[in-house]
Design a binder for this molecule. Structure first.
Ligand SMILES: [Zn+2]
Length: 392
């Protein structure tokens, strides 16, 4: 896309992995937003769609180990064909083993242990580093023992001692963990700091799958996710619309599109079905997607100046970054107070309304007056139809 993205000096500064696995965590972290209250039926439909789109892993909320939790998970599992189903486990909680036992009973594929060990946490929980290392060994061995793929995640990594993170990851790797990773749980890392941290930890984790989980408290979740990939992280978390605790996560469509189109990386995910996924999510949760949301927003590829329309018909790439079809979207043409006769005539053609050429200036004048009078950003199709009816 951009001429520079693929250039030798830029590529040389990166340590990109060969492939990136994007895990959808909407059905776990998304609940942390407190903004949607969907049930198992809706969760199943979302999981099914993600699976159809080739998301390799989907994280599902698995809180506690009651019959309800197990039954709900089983229903989702029955509808997912290819994707691995993952859960997180707080391995310092009282019933962490009971939760894992319940999870294996109903077919969970992998577990991501979340380990808090920042200075603040240590002070608060009075937990020593040696206790943490012992628990890592116990948790990895236990998970492997009951047949789960196991991953270790160090929570709040930007506020945790780097030497501890490295030692924790090494301990897990020596216990044959399947992957390690770090979380920016409170979204406090700058992209530069995060890239440095991933690179630093990777020095001891070498070619073990390395995952990152970035929060958006400073609006840097996507930047940090990409910065982590630039430093070699090959597993990343993302959610629909970025829903997650507080201001959430990176938005999964933006992660997949950036990796594919800006970095030329393979994710295997069907990007052209993103809009379809977002519309389904809107329908099931009742939460609308922002109309200007990049990639999947209704007006993400809109234009309204006459000059843009003319250029579009010479070559769409004169006014758009890429074909909206790539993400399953389409361009939208709007008639605004800044549009001229060219856009107006196109709107009339689209609506199959006949207005003779000599009437166009009059219609244009009326349309602009209405926009200014009603303080509207643009005229709807209904508005235009009504205007044409009035002047005819
Ligand atoms: Zn999180």
């Amino acid at each position: 896309l951009g001429l520079l993205n693929d250039s030798e000096p830029v590529r040389r500064s990166l340590d990109l992995p060969r492939k990136v696995l994007v895990k959808d965590i909407t059905l776990r972290e998304g609940f942390g937003s407190g903004l949607f209250g969907i049930g198992v039926e809706e969760m199943t439909k979302i999981a099914e769609k993600l699976d159809e789109m080739n998301f390799p892993a989907i994280q599902i909320e698995f809180r506690g180990h009651s019959d309800d939790v197990k039954r709900n998970f089983k229903i989702i599992k029955e509808h997912v064909v290819k994707a691995k189903l993952d859960i997180i486990n707080l391995c310092f909680s009282k019933d962490w083993k009971e939760i894992l036992d319940a999870a294996t009973e109903v077919g969970v594929d992998s577990v991501c242990y979340s380990l808090p060990c920042s200075e603040l946490e240590k002070k608060n929980s009075l937990r020593s580093e040696s206790e943490a290392f012992e628990r890592i060994v116990e948790a990895v061995e236990y998970g492997r023992g009951i047949g789960l793929e196991t991953h270790l995640h160090i929570m709040d990594a930007p506020r945790t001692d780097i030497a501890f993170i490295k030692k924790a990851c090494r301990t897990a790797i020596d216990t044959k963990v399947d992957g390690v990773g770090i979380s920016d749980t409170w979204g406090v890392a700058s992209p530069a700091a995060w890239r440095y941290l991933v690179g630093e930890v990777k020095k001891v984790t070498l070619d073990k799958p390395f995952s990152i989980h970035c929060h958006n408290d400073f609006g840097q979740a996507l930047a940090n996710t990409l910065a982590g990939v630039e430093a070699g992280a090959d597993n990343v978390d993302a959610s629909i619309n970025g829903y997650g605790e507080r201001s959430g996560m990176p938005s999964l469509d933006e992660v997949v599109a950036a990796l594919t189109m800006l970095y030329g990386m393979e994710t295997g995910i069907k990007l052209d079905r993103m809009v379809e996924l977002y519309r389904l999510f809107e329908e099931l949760t009742g939460i609308p997607t922002a109309t200007t949301k990049p990639l999947v927003g209704k007006y993400a590829f809109s234009y309204h100046y006459d000059s843009r329309f003319t250029a579009y018909h010479v070559d769409p790439l004169l006014i758009l970054p890429f074909s909206p079809k790539v993400v399953g979207n389409e361009p939208t043409i709007l008639f605004t107070r800044y549009s001229g006769p060219v856009v107006l005539e196109e709107k009339l053609r689209n609506l199959k309304l006949e207005v003779t050429t000599d009437r166009i200036p009059h219609l244009l004048e009326r349309a602009k007056q209405q926009l200014l009078r009603e303080k509207k950003p643009f005229l709807t199709d209904q508005d235009i139809k009504a205007l044409v009816w009035q002047i005819s």
